[in-house]
Design a protein around this ligand. Structure first.
Ligand SMILES: C[S@@+](CC[C@H](N)C(=O)[O-])C[C@H]1O[C@@H](n2cnc3c(N)ncnc32)[C@H](O)[C@@H]1O
Length: 274
């Protein structure tokens, strides 16, 4: 089958499941053929022998499987990471969290931090690359995330500075030399109806934060306070500012500020505990 005909058929098959069916068909085919997208256009008469294998990938995408899981890689900030089912695909809005944390690390010359909920390793790897003297202890409860984060950390040669351990939040960790905790925790309400590409493929543990959604965030806020750590930088849902502000008041946490994402929605907060 010729490249041109493969792309036409693949685009048609992706119409229902993808916002940009032709673009995604081209991405998947260029990845399958290990060529760039320009090649597809200048060689559209070339015959592809094993095109049935390619259409298996198209069927997965037509079933709403995220493109990143099919390709096995994801772009985040200034890097490309391995990604696989069982681990959350890093989102662009989390890049803002990195910028906010970077400002604090720079200003306070911070050397040791913890990341709660490392996932693929996206946040820790970007921060470790930005700050060559930074050491990071990263936790997660999912083996799939811990294993993938370790693979990605190794790929970037950061094993000496970024350690990953299986831990619930920061349970039983020595926090005496830690100055900051960063986290993009699960913060969606358990009952929230997600799109099929998320609900059917991404791990529940990475998405749902409790009945209201902010329960795990609140536990992190208290754990970091108890650990005597100066800063917490945390992502949150766009509608969680009000209940969290109320919670901070109750817990006598006074020095905090919220930040917005590029769409202008509340997306996270920084607490300075002392
Ligand atoms: C929203 S994902 C974020 C992953 C990654 N940091 C990122 O930004 O792409 C949340 C991560 O927190 C982990 N997690 C959930 N509950 C946790 C807990 N109690 N303690 C530590 N990690 C937890 C999940 O397994 C998941 O990997």
């Amino acid at each position: 089958m010729r490249i041109r005909d493969i792309l036409d058929e693949a685009t048609l098959k992706l119409k229902e499941s993808c916002p940009r069916p032709q673009f995604e068909a081209e991405l998947l085919l260029s990845n399958f053929l290990k060529k760039d997208r320009v090649y597809l256009h200048i060689s559209d008469n070339i015959e592809v022998e094993n095109y049935q294998e390619f259409f298996k990938l198209i069927d997965r995408r037509a079933n709403f499987e995220p493109l990143e899981y099919i390709i096995g890689r994801v772009s985040f900030y200034d890097i490309t990471l391995k990604i696989k089912k069982g681990v959350l695909i890093p989102r662009p809005e989390t890049e803002i969290l990195i910028d906010r944390v970077s400002e604090i690390i720079e200003k306070e010359n911070i050397k040791n931090i913890i990341e709660v909920g490392v996932g693929s390793g996206a946040i820790s790897i970007v921060l470790a690359r930005k700050f060559p003297n930074l050491k990071i202890l990263a936790t997660d409860i999912l083996d799939s995330a811990i294993n993938l984060a370790k693979e990605n950390i190794k790929e970037f040669g950061l094993e000496k500075r970024v350690k990953v351990i299986k831990r619930n939040i920061i349970d039983k960790l020595d926090t005496s030399n830690i100055d900051l905790v960063v986290s993009n925790p699960p913060y969606i309400a358990n009952s929230f109806k997600l799109e099929p590409n998320v609900a059917n493929y991404e791990p529940k543990e990475a998405l749902f934060g409790g009945e209201r959604g902010d329960e795990l965030i609140k536990r992190i806020v208290l754990d970091v306070k108890r650990g005597g750590i100066k800063y917490l930088a945390c992502e949150m849902g766009y509608d969680q500012r009000e209940p969290l502000e109320e919670f901070f008041k109750q817990k006598k946490i006074e020095d905090y500020n919220f930040y917005k994402d590029l769409a202008g929605l509340d997306r996270g907060f920084i607490i300075k505990y002392f």
